[in-house]
Design a binder for this molecule. Structure first.
Ligand SMILES: *Cc1c(COP(=O)(O)O)cnc(C)c1O
Length: 390
């Protein structure tokens, strides 16, 4: 029987070579490779500052801290995301306000954002999740005006771009749009360092704070201490910082991944196009709503939703596909259904009608650069077999 994994890491390029260079150099933690990754990332995205960290979760935590979120504050966040987007709000003693999402995109729409900002005048920040790799327009487009709208209301925008590299909006790369953007290099993301993340911003003060807080609040980074001419043992502590720096071993993997990141995005787009074409006639599934040109989408997740016409439920379909040797996943079980958030914030499903509708029927199909046409064709054939009217 065929076996098609849900996700597969590709380390077929210079990954081993660059990691070996780090091992040979004798300097395993943050140093020249991490700095090089930051430089390349900032060139690619166009953002003035890129700060390498050990996860997207760390980046989100640092971002909220740097824009001034603290105890007692409230932060808007979609329910349709991974817990990292919301847990970091709790790290700072602030409280999340969960928002429902739009049905087709599984993301916040400009209308949802505007209404939420107006209804929550005290909200300090908004976490925007670029679900599946499609950027939520933040207002480079005049008709949306979200960036300006939020700024007028004193709401900082933090982008959770864990799915969205490389992605763009109107020829501007994600990472160079909102106040602060956070990327993930977790093992199954569009680019990986094993574990890792990157924070980008054009705000000098935010970048300075992030660089301070990602390494213990030390006034000089360790690499700097050994390369500049002041004595290496001397440093000061300016704040109770965190331990969020990216080791060079990880950065080395990232540098190799970066060399193929646009090619692999293109391959994923081809997978998406294949699904879009070959699944469009199955009436009981809704395909993802794509509002951006396909080239602008990072295509990290391809999520389909069984609608009311379906004769079987999502869990059953996942089982059937598993018995065909096809791995699938679910993005996501929404946060308002997770015990911690549900109980702490007394959340009821009725407040999230769209998320509930998606949750009932959604499942994610394999989408990665090494998925070949034979595999795509087999996946589509099995979906037709299980879902077409017989
Ligand atoms: C993966 C993911 C994260 C967390 O990324 P890490 O690098 O594992 O911390 C955050 N938000 C979303 C939407 C994710 O998918």
């Amino acid at each position: 029987m065929r076996k098609i994994l849900f996700s597969r890491v590709d380390c077929s390029g210079n990954e081993s070579l660059y990691v070996q260079q780090v091992l040979d150099s004798g300097w395993l933690t943050t140093a020249s490779k991490a700095h090089e990754l930051e430089k390349k990332f900032s060139e690619i995205t166009g953002a003035k500052h890129a700060c390498a960290v050990n996860s997207c979760t760390s980046a989100l935590h640092l971002a909220l801290e740097a824009v001034g979120v603290g105890a007692g504050d409230t932060v808007l966040v979609p329910t349709w995301t991974f817990t990292a987007s919301a847990e970091v709000i709790r790290y700072l003693g602030a409280d999340p306000i969960f928002l429902d999402v739009e049905y087709g995109t599984c993301a916040l729409s400009p209308e949802i954002i505007k209404k939420a900002v107006e209804n929550n005048p005290n909200a300090k920040a908004l976490v925007v999740v670029h679900f599946a790799g499609q950027a939520t327009s933040l207002g480079n487009r005049e008709e949306d005006g979200i960036a300006e709208f939020c700024s007028e209301h004193g709401v900082k925008i933090i982008e959770d771009a864990a799915h969205a590299f490389p992605a763009s909006v109107d020829s501007e790369m994600v990472g160079n749009i909102g106040d602060v953007t956070c990327f993930s290099f977790y093992a199954n993301k569009t680019m990986t360092t094993g574990e890792g993340g990157m924070l980008t911003t054009n705000d000098d003060a935010v970048a300075q704070r992030v660089k301070l807080m990602r390494l213990h609040g030390i006034d000089r980074d360790v690499w700097g201490r050994f390369t500049d001419d002041k004595s290496s043992w001397e440093y000061d502590i300016l704040a109770p910082g965190f331990k969020y720096n990216m080791p060079d071993i990880n950065a080395a993997i990232g540098l190799a991944q970066l060399e193929r990141v646009f090619d692999s995005r293109q391959s994923r787009q081809q997978c998406a196009e294949y699904y879009m074409t070959n699944l469009s006639d199955i009436t009981c599934i809704d395909l993802p709503l794509i509002r951006v040109p396909y080239e602008d989408h990072a295509w990290h997740v391809f999520s389909i939703t069984l609608n009311s016409k379906a004769k079987i439920d999502r869990n059953r379909l996942i089982e059937l596909l598993a018995s065909d040797g096809i791995g699938t996943s679910v993005h996501y079980k929404p946060l308002h259904r997770m015990s911690y958030y549900k109980e702490r914030y007394n959340l009821s499903p009725e407040k999230f009608p769209n998320a509930e509708l998606i949750w009932k029927g959604c499942m994610s199909l394999p989408i990665y650069s090494s998925l070949n046409e034979g595999e795509l064709s087999y996946i589509c054939e099995r979906l037709h077999f299980h879902l077409d009217e017989k």
